[in-house]
Design a protein around this ligand. Structure first.
Ligand SMILES: [Ca+2]
Ligand SMILES: [Ca+2]
Length: 408
């Protein structure tokens, strides 16, 4: 009898073993094919993988880099490393890489074809004023100008978005320069990827992503925010819905390190008129609208006065940030306009060219958040409907209570 009861159990056990083996095997096969990249750091995207020092071929430059293919003179930079009397910048952790003349590093990643992705990366220039960094995911490519230093730390974090043309793509960072001094070249660190999804348009707000909660990857320790350079194509924007139509970048900030009027993310406008963000919103010609927004300060010691220019259709107005406003962080403002077309441009830029009080060189400026464009002819209906809903709810509650009391 005992043998009879053991037999089914051992069979089940054997079956389970087989299933587990198959499961492990299928995981292994999938891994061999390459797994789809998840949001966050690329493989060794911060260049902190150990054991690299032993693989240097000449002083500093390396012939291999875990997770990356390298081409040309790629140098491994250690924290505290000096060049002459100057300390080289390591944006994150203890290591970064420097790309020599026309040198590049690249990595293959699997992503979803057709989706928009944003790369976040930190970069610093070393010697040349005109240093730049070319970031590409063929056929998309972008040259990021490192000439303007936005922070006094000598490095900045940037975001660049692209649309996936296939499921397996190559991410390439290249130094396009040809300097006389071969030890010059941009320093690169902390590279992450994020799939960008465009939030749905709300029923009572024509602005897409007006609260700025959807945007590029930000590291938890991203103290400098993320710069969004010029980008005129809304389909490949790191900040869905919005375009950066100016020559300079705007800064994407988070509530972990800055004062943010609403939610966890907002935009800090930099560089005066050189930093404009805008959106084309859907409107009904002839209807009257209100564009409202929250104007604040990032809490980063920015020299006052701070003000924005806000545009909505053919209307424009300047708004000064009066410190301290009633709630200490932000104040609401609005612009009223009549739509002339099926699409209306809204835009913002900083009225002044602000820097931080402490160093007089780190760029900063006013913060905007929670941008709404409301059709005034329809908003009455919405309010009326919600008023009616509340009344109905109250009536049901009273009737329920009366019924309960009656049944007692
Ligand atoms: Ca690093
Ligand atoms: Ca927000």
């Amino acid at each position: 009898m005992a043998k009879k009861s053991e037999l089914p159990f051992s069979s089940v056990f054997r079956l389970l073993q087989v299933l587990i083996c198959l499961s492990i095997l299928s995981t292994f096969v999938t891994a061999q094919d390459g797994v789809t990249a998840e949001d966050g750091l690329l493989v060794n995207g911060n260049f902190e993988k150990e054991g690299i020092e032993n693989r240097t071929s000449r002083a500093g430059d390396i012939d291999s880099l875990p997770g990356w293919n390298i081409d040309g003179m790629v140098e491994y930079i250690n924290e505290g490393q000096k060049q002459g009397s100057m300390y080289l910048v390591v944006p994150e952790g203890k290591h970064a890489v420097r790309l020599g003349n026309e040198a590049q590093i690249s990595q293959q990643i699997n992503i979803q074809k057709g989706s928009t992705y944003s790369l976040t990366f930190s970069a610093a220039r070393t010697c040349a004023q005109l240093e730049s960094l070319n970031v590409s995911v063929p056929p998309s490519t972008r040259n990021v100008d490192l000439q303007t230093l936005y922070s006094i730390y000598g490095w900045d974090t940037y975001a660049w978005a692209f649309q996936a043309q296939s499921e397996n793509v190559e991410v390439i960072f290249q130094n396009p320069g040809m300097e006389e001094d071969p030890t010059c070249g941009p320093i690169l660190d902390a590279i992450a990827l994020k799939q960008i999804s465009t939030p749905d348009k709300l029923r009572d707000n024509a602005v897409i992503n007006g609260d700025f909660e959807e945007g590029p990857w930000m590291f938890a320790n991203e103290t400098l925010g993320v710069l969004l350079p010029t980008n005129l194509d809304v389909a490949t924007s790191s900040l869905p819905g919005w375009i950066m139509e100016s020559s300079k970048a705007v800064r994407y900030i988070d509530s972990n390190h800055y004062k943010v009027p609403e939610g966890k993310r907002a935009i800090e406008l930099l560089s005066g008129k050189e930093g404009i963000i805008s959106q084309m919103v859907e409107t009904d010609p002839g209807n009257k609208y209100t564009m409202s927004f929250l104007l604040g300060q990032a809490g980063d010691g920015c020299q006052e006065p701070m003000a924005v220019m806000a545009f909505a259709g053919d209307q424009a107005d300047s708004f000064h940030f009066n410190n301290p406003p009633a709630n200490g962080i932000y104040e609401p403002n609005n612009v009223t306009f009549t739509a002339k077309a099926a699409r209306t441009r809204i835009a913002f830029y900083s009225l002044y060219y602000n820097t931080r009080v402490r160093d007089r060189s780190s760029l900063c400026g006013p913060v905007i958040d929670l941008v709404k464009v409301v059709d005034l002819s329809k908003s009455g209906t919405v309010a009326g409907f919600s008023g009616f809903s509340v009344s109905l709810l109250l009536l049901v509650s009273v009737l329920t209570m009366a019924f309960t009391l009656g049944s007692l």
